[in-house]
Ligand binder design. Structure first.
Ligand code: FES
Length: 128
C-alpha cells in the first residue's frame, strides 16, 4: 500500500532561534494555507498554535501574550478570548491546535505534517 506521508507529523525546521526570538508573535505559512502562529514568550521559549482563532478566525498571531496563573496565554485581538499556549485551551471551552516545538543547534523545529515558512509561500509554476 502506498504510504500517505503527507499527514504524518515530522520535525520541520522553522528557522534560526536568533532570528525568531526578536518578535513575540509572528505568522508561519504552510502550503495548504492553514497558517500557524509562533510565539516567543521568553528568550528561547517557543509555542506554536493554529493562526486562526477557533471562535471566529481572529488572527492569533496578532494577539497579545498574558501570563494567566503562571502560564502564557494569547489574547485573541477580535473578542479577547484567551488561549493557553501550551494546551490550546480557553476558559470559553474552545481549543486551538498546538504543536510540539524543539530547539536543537539553535534551530527551532515544529512537529507538523507540512513544511512551514516564516514567509508567505508562492505557488511555483510546475517546471516539468
Ligand atoms: S475570533 Fe477570537 S475571540 Fe472571537
Amino acid at each position: 500500500m502506498a504510504g500517505h506521508t503527507d499527514c504524518v507529523p515530522q520535525w520541520q525546521v522553522v528557522g534560526h532561534v536568533n532570528e525568531l526570538k526578536n518578535r513575540q508573535c509572528r505568522r508561519l505559512y504552510t502550503a495548504s494555507g492553514i497558517d500557524l502562529a509562533l510565539f516567543c514568550v521568553k528568550q528561547e521559549q517557543f509555542y506554536i498554535t493554529g493562526a486562526a482563532c477557533p471562535h471566529a478566525r481572529g488572527p492569533l498571531d496578532q494577539g497579545d501574550i498574558e501570563d494567566i496563573g503562571g502560564d502564557p496565554h494569547v489574547v485573541c485581538p477580535l473578542h479577547f478570548y484567551t488561549f493557553d499556549l501550551q494546551t490550546g485551551q480557553s476558559s470559553s471551552g474552545l481549543k486551538v491546535d498546538t504543536f510540539v516545538t524543539d530547539v536543537r543547534d539553535n534551530q527551532l523545529y515544529v512537529l507538523h505534517s507540512e513544511a512551514v515558512s516564516v514567509k508567505p509561500l508562492k505557488k511555483s509554476p510546475r517546471s516539468d
